[in-house]
Design a binder for this molecule. Structure first.
Ligand SMILES: Nc1ncnc2c1ncn2[C@@H]1O[C@H](COP(=O)(O)OP(=O)(O)O)[C@@H](O)[C@H]1O
Ligand SMILES: [Mg+2]
Length: 346
């Protein structure tokens, strides 16, 4: 067995947390003590971790001092950040935690900043370049309408979304063929479609006109490259599909062999100097989004990217060790996400 490790894990209640905690512990090589933190007292990680503390939200000025207090008390080997809402501030304050003896699995603030604004991300990645959906940034409602036509509406659907958002919030597909009555009677009440006339009716007179990305609607499967990087160089990677969307979250995944997307992701990671865990989303071979944090992995018992990243960060893996680990990746791997429950008395 390798020496045991202690990890402080943020956002212990996020959607991927329960599996990540389980897989860190199932590494088969060493004991890992996981101390979770979250903003909510009922975060699921509280029931799955070895210890738990409440912290304020990542955007609060109290977040870093509170997290430093936990790290000071727990004295972990590593600080593992899960949420996009915390990654940038933790990367900015690395030295606070390193002074307390914790290796921080977050760095590369400029790249994280670029990734957090999709309009900026597309502009910066246009310098590489990599394939991207056509994108316009209309400043007024008139420019929006003209832009939709420029992208082919009403002949083809187009889409829009805010540059800064999470979980599909604000994303809509503009289609001339929406049938509101059919939708009302036969669809789930979550609807991604609207006609341009409806958009114009809603937005007329709204001042200032919201910052929106008007985009080519790419009607193709979404593919994600999950990876661990070392200062702009991809170390470990795995490519997966995203399927069975429920309320904006994919519920099913397949590990697949897409060396072309791994290669494009290498260019993105290098250009933005991304570090540690990243999740780069592609649609129809075009760049969709960069999430500068861990995501939902298609874990294998011998290919656990979060654990491999920890080993790499600790300096336990040389080039041969990295290559051996990566060679274990299986494209036969499948995964479904499901809901579970925890119980407690108050
Ligand atoms: N240009 C596009 N073409 C087709 N679908 C898109 C496009 N942009 C976004 N989407 C859809 O909207 C979802 C959310 O967009 P994304 O950029 O991933 O933002 P976030 O996940 O941060 O809300 C995507 O997973 C995809 O289903
Ligand atoms: Mg997304």
């Amino acid at each position: 067995m390798l020496p045991p490790l202690k990890v402080v894990l943020t956002a212990a209640g996020c959607p991927g947390a329960s599996t990540l905690i389980r897989m860190l512990k199932a590494n088969g090589e060493r004991e890992i003590h996981v101390h979770g933190v979250d903003t909510r007292p009922d975060a699921v990680g509280r029931f799955l971790c070895d210890g738990f503390d409440l912290v304020p939200a990542g955007g609060s000025p109290e977040f870093i001092p509170a997290l430093a207090g936990v790290v000071d008390a727990v004295r972990p080997d590593l600080l593992f950040v899960q949420s996009s809402h915390e990654i940038e501030t933790v990367a900015r304050h690395r030295e606070v935690f390193e002074r307390l003896g914790a290796r921080v699995l977050a760095d590369g603030v400029p790249g994280i900043e670029v990734a957090s604004d999709k309009a900026r991300m597309h502009a910066v990645c246009g310098e590489i370049p990599v394939p991207q959906p056509r994108l316009l940034l209309p400043a007024t409602l008139d420019e929006f309408v003209a832009g939709a036509e420029e992208l082919g509406y009403p002949g083809v659907p187009v889409c829009f979304k805010p540059p800064v958002a999470k979980g599909s919030r604000g994303f809509r597909i503009l289609s001339a063929e929406v049938d509101r009555v059919h939708e009302l009677l036969h669809e789930r009440p979550v609807n991604r479609y609207m006609a341009l006339d409806e958009f114009v009716g809603l937005l007329r007179g709204v001042e200032p006109f919201p910052r929106l990305m008007l985009m080519e609607y790419v009607d193709s499967p979404e593919i994600t490259v999950d990876l661990f990087a070392d200062k702009g160089e991809v170390v470990f990677h795995q490519v997966r599909t995203r399927e069975e969307f429920l309320t904006g979250l994919a519920m099913s995944f397949k590990s697949i062999d897409r060396p072309d997307l791994v290669e494009l992701s290498r260019h993105v990671v290098r250009h933005l100097g991304l570090d540690y865990f990243q999740s780069i989303q592609w649609i129809g071979g075009k760049l969709l989004e960069i999430n500068p944090r861990v995501s939902t992995f298609v874990y294998q018992e011998d290919f656990i990217i979060p654990y491999l990243g920890i080993r790499y960060a600790l300096g336990e893996l040389d080039a041969a060790g990295v290559a051996l680990a990566q060679s274990r990746l299986r494209f036969s791997r499948r995964s479904v996400r499901y809901y579970d429950q925890v119980f407690w008395d108050e």
